[in-house]
Design a protein around this ligand. Structure first.
Ligand SMILES: Cc1ncc(COP(=O)(O)O)c(C=O)c1O
Length: 442
């Protein structure tokens, strides 16, 4: 272990993801166990999980039905060879998922994470055009500040600078649309801003004119912007995006890694917005994050093109050893049952207005320069200190943890994503602690 390793020697070996290792290991935050809405820390404190883990534990932690399903599955079939073999429950789950997406989306490919789902979706789009006789369609279009995981495909179409700048040339032939939110006009909007969506989409038309549609494979966007700090595109943005892409034969991919399974009070954002893309990704809440899992759902047109357009043998040269892993599938079937049987999406819909009011009750508290809300997701912007990006919002995050809630910070933003089973009474302390936190930082 080298000099930079600190007094907590047993912590030196683990190189933590998306974490300042130096400061974390000086003052670690460890969760020992979790139940329902709460984590228990290693020093025995209860922390209210106001971020559903990482946008993923939508049904609360250690749900007994999910735990039991995983335990039973581990004892019955721990692993089924994923290529040229499978297991019955994988097909059951694909049907359960397909039922919940708009009708034309009906073929599900399983992955182990959101990042893998994104790279799968991009490869699917590229291969589709080639098999369809339009092999010149190779360009991909993402968005400034977009987050699509950490694979090379995902960071190429993604638009968060620190996730890109260290990693070389990335994929070639990628463009980015503008970030569809302007704090100068949209700050403190409840839900979707009223801004004309063409303010942000005319650039797509310009890119089509510049490159010609025959070179463009797909546009990928997060329907609701999560990782950049929870931002909401203007009303009509996704409908307009669908119109433009459809007109030019460009595939539209919704990255639904955080919006699928309840965050907006529907099974997915495509259903919520009434806009049907060609491909959707999913992950996280698919199985309440109890076992790593992701997936991609594609339209019949895409699936049929692969099957009809390839002569024999494998149609899509892609897959993972753990695609449709039996434990992940068992957890997902249990989670999907709970979403349905306990009416979770409806419960979310009933709490959206209360959550919106709670978030906007923070207006006027120190350092809060913007408040956003959508479904059961909230975003704050925290005024920078001394021109250092994230300095004060990181303090906000730490202080909130000290006061007993788990939230997320990125740059100058704070994001809130309560567990979807929370009652109004259980949401209330989140706002109280956020207020207290804003008043306790410098
Ligand atoms: C929209 C979106 N896409 C992809 C990912 C990556 O998912 P994972 O961390 O499971 O690879 C995330 C993660 O937060 C996400 O929000």
């Amino acid at each position: 272990m080298n000099q930079k390793d600190n007094k907590n020697d047993h912590m030196a070996a683990y190189w933590m993801p998306f974490t300042p290792n130096r400061t974390f290991k000086e003052s670690p935050r460890l969760y020992n166990r979790a139940k329902g809405l709460y984590y228990e820390t290693s020093d025995g404190r209860q922390v209210l999980d106001a971020f559903s883990g990482l946008w993923c534990s939508n049904l609360g932690h250690c749900h007994p039905k999910i735990t039991e399903a995983i335990q039973d599955q581990a004892a019955e079939l721990d692993y089924a060879t994923a290529f040229n073999f499978s297991h019955e429950k994988a097909f059951d789950l694909a049907n359960i998922i397909a039922e919940q997406f708009p009708e034309t989306l009906d073929h599900v490919f399983f992955t182990n994470s959101g990042s893998e789902a994104v790279d799968t979706a991009l490869k699917m789009a590229l291969a589709y055009h080639r098999i369809n006789g339009e092999g010149t369609r190779t360009r991909l279009i993402g968005r400034v500040n977009g987050y699509h995981g950490v694979g090379f495909g995902g960071i190429s179409v993604g638009g968060m600078v620190n996730n890109r700048k260290f990693f070389g040339g990335l994929l070639t032939g990628v463009d980015h649309l503008p970030f569809p939110y302007d704090a100068a006009e949209d700050a403190f909007t409840r839900g979707e801003p009223d801004t004309d969506p063409m303010k942000y989409l005319k650039e797509l038309e310009q890119l089509i004119t510049l490159h010609d549609a025959s070179t463009i494979a797909a546009v990928i966007v997060e329907p609701m912007i999560g990782s950049a700090g929870m931002f909401v595109p203007p009303k009509g943005y996704l409908k307009k995006l669908r119109e433009i892409t459809e007109k030019h034969g460009i595939l539209l991919i919704f990255d639904e890694v955080i919006t699928a399974f309840g965050r907006l009070g529907e099974a997915n954002a495509a259903t919520y917005f009434g806009v049907t893309p060609d491909i959707c990704t999913m992950a996280k809440a698919i199985n309440n994050a109890a076992v790593p899992m992701g997936g991609v759902i594609a339209s019949k047109k895409i699936y049929d093109t692969f099957l009809d357009g390839t002569k024999a043998g494998i149609e899509f040269f892609h897959g993972y050893t753990y695609s449709a892993h039996p434990l992940a599938v068992a957890a997902a079937i249990a989670a999907q049952c709970i979403y349905k049987e306990e009416g979770i999406y409806e419960r979310v819909r009933n709490n959206i207005k209360f959550f919106e009011d709670g978030m906007h009750s923070l207006k006027g508290e120190p350092f809060i320069t913007d408040i956003r809300n959508f479904g059961l997701a909230g975003g704050l912007t925290i005024e920078q200190r001394d021109g250092v990006i994230g300095a004060r919002s990181h303090d906000f995050f730490l202080k909130a943890y000290e006061h007993g809630i788990n939230i997320r910070t990125n740059g100058d933003t704070i994001a809130i994503a309560p567990i979807l089973t929370s009652s109004k009474q259980e949401l209330e302390p989140i706002f109280d602690i956020l207020k207290k936190t804003a008043n306790d930082i410098q």
